[in-house]
Design a protein around this ligand. Structure first.
Ligand code: FAD
Length: 406
């Protein structure tokens, strides 16, 4: 148990601010509140600090590079406070999950962030005054509730029939332990491409199937296009193991069937692809908002948060911090994006508590941890047009798949 981990202590029954989730979002917003001198807060986590990163596949590393540029008011892209840097703390540019979790524990210790591990929030109820939160270790009444439960621990299985028993990419602990020489990966965004690269590096053949053609997207927003890090890794595979990753566009898989020892993947028009190993799902994440869904406004299946303070638009004093945040159609799904709102949430709560925030949050404001001008969401074009680049060979799922052996 770390100095900040209170899991052997008694859970308080009343607290000013309860933060759910001890990942980058929960710890980052907690530090911003502590910077304002607000200590009546508690972070709870169903596992512990950095639990999602501890669960990353062994080979997975942060895509966003770390570099200690903080003194120049441009904090390390993966930092969760203005004055810490994973690059400096870990001495690496692309930390793996366990390394980044150790950075998070370092931050929690340094800023004395109170964390109760092994405390799962089971139910949330709005009261006339504040919130009643039922946890696995007791009931807590709080005035402000900040949800920072993340997404990684809640995989989306993609509404594909017959996938029971198949692994989601986030559930694979180590890509070197998979049997077989040929794999199908369903989903062509970052997680799917990461899986394909890790398998190809072991000399395996990978069928990478995706709706549309996400690897082709030449979008200036890194949340919508493959990251430069992933493109570099793909280029390496194209040179070292040409042909090992087969890209299939327009592959909208709707069902998987077992055929003796093999698996058949079908799209809606019954085009089959036969593989000898269980397909891997890289179909995204549904996120952790289930318990508070009833206290949020939803638009086209997405939660709406106020532009002023990332607060629920229908339930006062319920805030969200983390990668599911969207404003003006823009996704805040990277740390450097959602941390831009830590200072905003902290400021709002400080104001409501009558606490001075301007000077205490000056570093947050100066370092991009307190961005209120959301025009950053509406124009992320680079002044110089990007040079487009696609994988060397992409097949259309319908035209290129061999008939299955039935
Ligand atoms: C595969 C993948 C790769 C990514 N790579 C990058 C990257 O390279 N760079 C980047 O900036 N971002 C990346 N992201 C975005 C990523 O979501 C964030 O970096 C980060 O993990 C989100 O932080 P978080 O604190 O919101 O969530 P998490 O780190 O998931 O933390 C949430 C915490 O909440 C806890 N929790 C959840 N529900 C409950 C509950 N009911 N009760 C109590 N505790 C609960 C969990 O145990 C967990 O510890 C990646 C995401 C994924 C899925």
């Amino acid at each position: 148990m770390s100095a900040t981990d209170l899991s052997d202590s008694k859970l308080p029954t009343v607290i000013g601010i309860l933060i759910v989730g001890a990942g980058p979002a929960g710890l980052g917003v907690a530090q911003a509140l502590l910077a304002c001198g607000i200590e009546d807060l508690l972070v709870v986590d169903r596992k512990g600090v950095g639990a999602s990163f501890e669960a990353w596949p062994q080979q997975m590393q942060l895509l966003t590079p770390s570099f200690h540029s903080n003194p120049y008011q441009q904090p390390d892209l993966n930092a969760i406070t203005p004055d810490t840097s994973p690059a400096d703390y870990l001495g690496t540019q692309h930390p793996c999950g366990t390394q980044y979790a150790s950075y998070l524990r370092g931050v929690a210790e340094h800023y004395h962030i109170p964390v109760e591990s092994w405390t799962t929030v089971l139910e949330v109820q709005k009261l006339l005054e504040g919130w009643l939160v039922t946890t696995s270790r007791g009931i807590v009444h709080c005035q402000f509730l900040i949800w920072a439960g993340g997404e990684f621990q809640f995989p989306e299985r993609g509404r594909i029939a017959g996938t029971e028993g198949l692994s989601h990419a986030s559930e694979v602990a180590d890509w070197t332990t998979l049997d077989g020489v040929e794999h199908a990966v369903i989903g062509g965004y970052e997680s799917g491409v990461d899986a394909a690269i890790n398998l190809a590096k072991q000399g395996k053949t990978v069928h990478l199937l995706s709706r549309g053609e996400p690897w082709h997207t030449n979008d200036p927003d890194p949340s919508k296009a493959l990251s430069p890090r992933t493109r570099d890794r793909l280029r390496e595979v194209f040179v070292q193991r040409p042909g090992s990753i087969r890209f299939y566009k327009n592959a909208d898989i709707v069902r998987v069937e077992k055929l003796r020892d093999d698996y058949l993947l079908f799209d809606a028009e019954d085009t089959p692809l036969q593989v000898s190993t269980p397909p891997i799902l890289a179909t995204g994440f549904k996120g952790s908002l289930g318990l508070i869904a009833g206290y949020l406004e939803w638009e086209a299946g997405r939660p709406v948060f106020s532009e002023a303070s990332d607060e629920s638009t229908v339930a006062e004093n319920l805030f969200y911090c983390g990668p599911l945040l969207r404003h003006r159609g823009s996704m805040f799904c990277f740390i450097y994006k959602f941390r831009a709102r830590f200072g905003i949430v902290a400021r709002t709560i400080a104001e409501r508590m009558g606490v001075v925030w301007r000077k205490p949050l000056a570093r947050h404001a100066a370092c991009g941890f307190m961005i209120e001008d959301l025009s950053c969401c509406t124009d992320c074009q680079c002044a110089v047009a990007a040079v487009g680049e696609d994988p060397p060979e992409v097949r259309d799922f319908k035209g290129s798949v061999l008939p299955a052996v039935c």
